[in-house]
Design a protein around this ligand. Structure first.
Ligand SMILES: Cc1ncc(COP(=O)(O)O)c(C=O)c1O
Length: 400
């Protein structure tokens, strides 16, 4: 290793930290206690814990309504339907995201219209979104990529001017802030994920946040087979309440077991986000001297929860991104590529747009995410940092 570079490294790690996963869920005794209480209660799905979980997330996100569902994919599907997206409508969305963002559009029979991202943030390029709007556009989907807020103010203005629904894919963004406020209020609806790779987890799970009473009511119906009246109202009633199915719905329920885990996780949300931000600052400091890697940056007014720590590998680096991932994997480090350029995936070939999407394609080729999770020890992080330098230095030296 180059001694000048080595001098910039935190104390080198060795020894028992051989396996550093991409993430490790921060769950423990608090979650177990909540789970036991649900099992004792006998009410296992869509009951009081789900209602309490919804109330607390709504409060934390300054949102009027919150409706829990089985995943963020389900949340996106129902939010799009509740915003009136119909077969044949167009939905403008960033080309770079997890495939679920576009899948939800297709579940509605709508047409995904992919637009490019800003390379500095990996988030939707508002001017590209505006240029893609056509008379058939019904909605825009903004993704807060890897927890970093998309530029919501101009997007909300654009949606209002053009009469479009605006939905936030906030799968990764619980605990992030935009203009000093939590995310989830800029669009007509915002969708959260509680998958184990997210900020808090319920194993699987999702939620729709909205300020519109009618939209919330429709999502509540759709998550439960189109039933007019929720289970809670029926079970708590002191008289017989008949079930009524008023439209085609789905089984997208969240269980009380999951919600109980979520409630325990929520108690630690502030601490979990602070810990992620602290570890991100450590990566920033340690990687500043690594000339082939560039972290993506927080624009003014955006505060990321660092759901993931993303870096760009310089295209001029003599090592390709996948070779770097291989080298890290060989050292037991769980780094991964950045999100996908969805239009390049085979199910999305029919919706590949006519215009180029250079930044989304470059990010899909050149960006990677590094291990970062609350509870990651400094030696674990040092081990990742050291291996990044080790993997890139031989190439750096050979290229002068
Ligand atoms: C941006 C984005 N949208 C949607 C999803 C889907 O979330 P879920 O797994 O809860 O369905 C993910 C999950 O990784 C995501 O990253």
């Amino acid at each position: 290793m180059n001694p000048a570079v080595a001098a910039n490294l935190p104390a080198a790690a060795s020894g028992p930290w051989r396996q550093v996963p991409l993430t490790r869920p921060a769950v423990g005794a608090g979650e177990l206690a909540q789970l036991a209480a649900v099992l004792d209660s006998g009410w296992l799905t869509q009951g009081p814990r789900v209602a309490a979980f919804e109330e607390q997330v709504a409060r934390l996100c300054d949102s009027r309504y919150a409706v829990a569902v089985s995943s963020c994919t389900a949340a996106l599907h129902l939010a799009l339907l509740a915003c009136g997206v119909q077969p044949g409508d167009e939905v403008v969305l960033p080309a770079l995201s997890f495939v679920a963002t576009a899948n939800a559009v297709r579940y509605c029979g709508a047409i995904p219209v992919f637009v490019d991202i800003q390379p500095e943030t990996l988030n939707i390029d508002v001017r590209a979104a505006e240029a893609a709007i056509s008379p058939r556009t019904r909605a825009m989907l903004a993704v807060h990529q890897l927890g970093l807020p998309a530029d919501m103010e101009p997007l909300a203005r654009l949606a209002q001017q053009r009469g479009l629904a605006l939905i936030e894919d906030a799968a990764c963004a619980l605990g992030s802030r935009y203009q000093g406020r939590p995310l989830g209020n800029w669009g007509d609806a915002a969708c959260l994920s509680f998958h184990p790779r997210k900020i808090i987890t319920t194993g699987e799970g999702g939620m729709v946040l909205t300020r519109h009473a009618e939209l919330a009511a429709r999502v509540r119906r759709l998550r439960q087979h189109g039933m007019q009246r929720g289970d809670r109202a029926r079970h708590e009633a002191r008289c017989y309440l008949p079930e009524e199915y008023v439209e085609l719905g789905y089984n997208y329920r969240l269980t009380d077991l999951q919600a109980a885990v979520g409630l325990a996780q929520l108690e630690r949300l502030g601490e979990l986000v602070s810990e992620r931000r602290r570890l991100a600052q450590r990566y920033h400091a340690a990687l500043a001297a690594q000339r082939w890697l560039r972290p993506y940056t927080e624009p003014q007014d955006c505060q990321s929860n660092y759901q993931s720590y993303a870096v760009w590998l310089d295209p001029a680096a003599p090592c390709r991104r996948d070779a770097l991932l291989d080298a890290l994997a060989a050292a037991g480090i769980g780094a991964r590529p950045a999100p996908t350029a969805i239009h390049t995936l085979s199910p999305y070939r029919p919706w590949r747009p006519d215009w180029p999407l250079p930044h989304a394609e470059a990010a899909a080729q050149q960006a990677l995410v590094l291990p970062l999770f609350p509870g990651m020890s400094e030696p674990e992080q040092d081990y990742v940092i050291e291996h990044l330098y080790r993997s890139l230095d031989p190439f750096a030296n050979s290229s002068g």
